[in-house]
Design a protein around this ligand. Structure first.
Ligand code: ATR
Length: 272
């Protein structure tokens, strides 16, 4: 029988996950069906359990349910625990396993696809929300010489630094970034979704090899425009991260890691 998977979110109309997983299934020869479910805002758990009880094997979880999925899980893998949120569930008997592949997808995209090593690099990570929480462990495991967090509300970045307690991890306020230089600058705020710019000084880009915008398909966001004008040679948006986190989930469910390169190329929207 064809194994069933789905992505659940609300709204869900914009999701690329069925196309991505459908492509992976084709290229790896896996017999799966992957659909999109609009979860009721007041009935997330019921919708997940109904899918599972009808034979569903796993789900991706997107906004606004990533925290509820974490709560619903019976077993949380370390990355989900550290992120406090999950984007992938796996059903086995009465167990619901939760993982979070966003951070590892981002690291895989930066290091493998874009060819930028994080080892020994000075990395600036903007934001202190769910996306940053999920990225901290995978980033630190790459052994950057410095990982600096900067957030509009500085105390949220300071709290994360305390919680993760790692010698390479520090935080600065936006205005303290003047005169600081970085090899990689990542915008993990949601500012670009509102066409806003985090108040970072352009100096942070002077030595940067890569400016990475987590939002996907927004073209040259204010953040990427600032980086481009400052002469950063490589600009990227989150298309690679989106495909890479999906590949990690697919491998977790099916035991086969799909190739991602052709799909990323096909989905890339030019940054203009
Ligand atoms: P996500 O799960 O995508 O990380 P989130 O948890 O809601 O979303 O966090 C959004 C992040 O974007 C926060 O770091 C937020 O900064 P504050 O904590 O100071 O609110 C950041 N953010 C949103 N709009 C911003 C803007 N215009 N400028 C700078 N930071 C912004």
């Amino acid at each position: 029988m064809t194994d069933q998977y789905a992505v659940i979110g609300n709204p869900i109309g914009h999701t690329k996950s069925p196309m991505i997983h459908g492509t992976f299934a084709q290229t790896t020869g896996q017999d799966i069906e992957y659909t999109a479910i609009e979860g009721p805002l007041d009935g997330f758990a019921g919708a997940v359990l109904a899918f599972r009880d009808a034979g569903g094997r796993g789900m991706n979880v997107t906004a606004p349910f990533k925290l509820q999925a974490f709560e619903l899980a019976t077993d949380r893998l370390e990355r989900a625990e550290l992120a406090g949120a999950t984007n992938a569930l796996k059903f086995e008997g009465d167990r619901i396993y939760a993982d979070n592949f966003d951070g590892v997808g981002l690291v895989n995209d930066i290091t493998r696809n874009l060819g930028v090593s994080m080892k020994g690099a000075r990395v600036l990570l903007l934001g202190a929300g769910g996306a940053v929480r999920g990225a901290l462990k995978p980033f630190l495991s790459q052994e950057p010489s410095a990982l600096v967090l900067a957030n509009r509300k500085p105390e949220k970045a300071q709290d994360l630094v305390k919680q993760f307690d790692h010698p390479a991890l520090t935080s600065l306020e936006f205005n303290e970034l003047v005169g600081q230089q970085f090899d990689i600058v990542v915008n993990a705020t949601s500012a670009s979704l509102k066409a806003e710019l985090p108040a970072v000084p352009a100096e942070v880009f002077i030595r940067a090899k890569l400016a990475y915008e987590l939002a996907y398909g927004k073209g040259l966001t204010p953040f990427l425009r600032l980086a481009k004008n400052a002469g950063v040679p490589q600009l990227a948006d989150g298309v690679g991260m989106l495909v890479e986190q999906a590949a990690e989930a697919f491998a977790w469910w099916r035991g086969v890691r799909p190739d991602t390169r052709a799909l990323i190329e096909r989905m890339t929207i030019p940054l203009v």
